[in-house]
Design a protein around this ligand. Structure first.
Ligand SMILES: C[S@@+](CC[C@H](N)C(=O)[O-])C[C@H]1O[C@@H](n2cnc3c(N)ncnc32)[C@H](O)[C@@H]1O
Length: 260
């Protein structure tokens, strides 16, 4: 995968050479190419923005600068131009999976009041927002996108970090995790995790993931029941039923049930 980033602040992207994305851009050979708007300013001062028509605070990125910087980026395979904006749809799990299927993502980072609207309309394929608060520029959203997409590129995560088992990919939030010591400040780990009964551990984790999702993200929980629950085994379905009806815990369990 090739990422091209248009930015006034390329130093932000030093961070992409650390950790999981560092592995993607290092030994795995994915590419991160940075393009500064400044050489495309068209003026001796290197100004890339101008005052907004109609007045008001802030500066607006020139449409010519955005167009000319974009035109300097070589296209490879199936490519997509992305701009970041609080007005875009959320960069969620489905969006990240879709973005990971492209050969090249061209990420347009803007600052101040953002870009000239005409350039966005003409040259940008998609906009995404990251979070529900305004940031100072598109660089951090671009790093978020790069990190989230890299996790889905083959070989980037080792076995122990399989993205498919994480929150959202399963349709649920992740279950809680525990490590040593067995008792921490008087709080013991759940008994089932010590037994080595993998079936019981699986169902315990699933129940925890379901309860958490039901409480914290009712929207995801409804989608999970609608789309994924019918594909689960009977004990797993029983788990879900129980999460919704904790008062009925003592009812007879289905055949094959090994949960608590
Ligand atoms: C200071 S912001 C401009 C905010 C803009 N005036 C508004 O109210 O929507 C500068 C740039 O940061 C980026 N940005 C800020 N917050 C963002 C967010 N939550 N998601 C995606 N991009 C964001 C956008 O590219 C935006 O053009």
């Amino acid at each position: 995968m090739r990422f091209d980033v248009l930015t006034l602040l390329p130093a932000y992207f030093d961070a992409a050479h650390l950790g999981v994305t560092g592995r993607a851009f290092g030994e795995l050979g994915h590419r991160l190419c940075l393009h500064n708007y400044r050489p495309f300013s068209g003026n001796v001062h290197g100004h890339v923005d101008d005052k907004p028509y109609g007045g008001g605070p802030g500066m607006v990125l020139s449409p010519e600068v955005m167009r000319d910087t974009l035109a300097s980026v070589p296209r490879e395979g199936r490519s997509l131009v992305v701009h970041f904006s609080p007005a875009g749809p959320p960069l969620d799990h489905a969006a990240v999976l879709d973005l990971a299927s492209f050969d090249q993502l061209i990420l347009v980072c803007t600052r101040f009041e953002g870009p000239d609207h005409r350039a966005v309309e003409r040259y940008v394929d998609r906009e995404y927002r990251v979070g529900e608060a305004v940031l100072s520029g598109g660089e951090l959203p671009a790093l978020v996108l790069i990190d989230a997409v890299c996790r889905w590129l083959p070989g980037v995560l080792g076995n122990e970090g399989s993205a498919a088992a994480d929150s959202f990919a399963t349709g649920l939030l992740d279950h809680p995790h525990f490590t040593r010591p067995e008792s921490f400040e008087g709080v013991a780990i759940p008994e089932v995790l010590k037994g080595g009964d993998h079936g019981a551990i699986h169902l315990w984790r699933l129940r925890e993931a379901m309860s958490r999702t039901q409480k914290r993200r009712p929207d995801l929980w409804e989608a999970f029941k609608r789309d994924r629950l019918p594909q689960l085994t009977r004990p797993e379905q029983w788990c879900a039923w129980q999460v919704e009806h904790p008062e009925d815990w003592d009812r007879p369990k289905p055949k094959g049930w090994k949960g608590q």
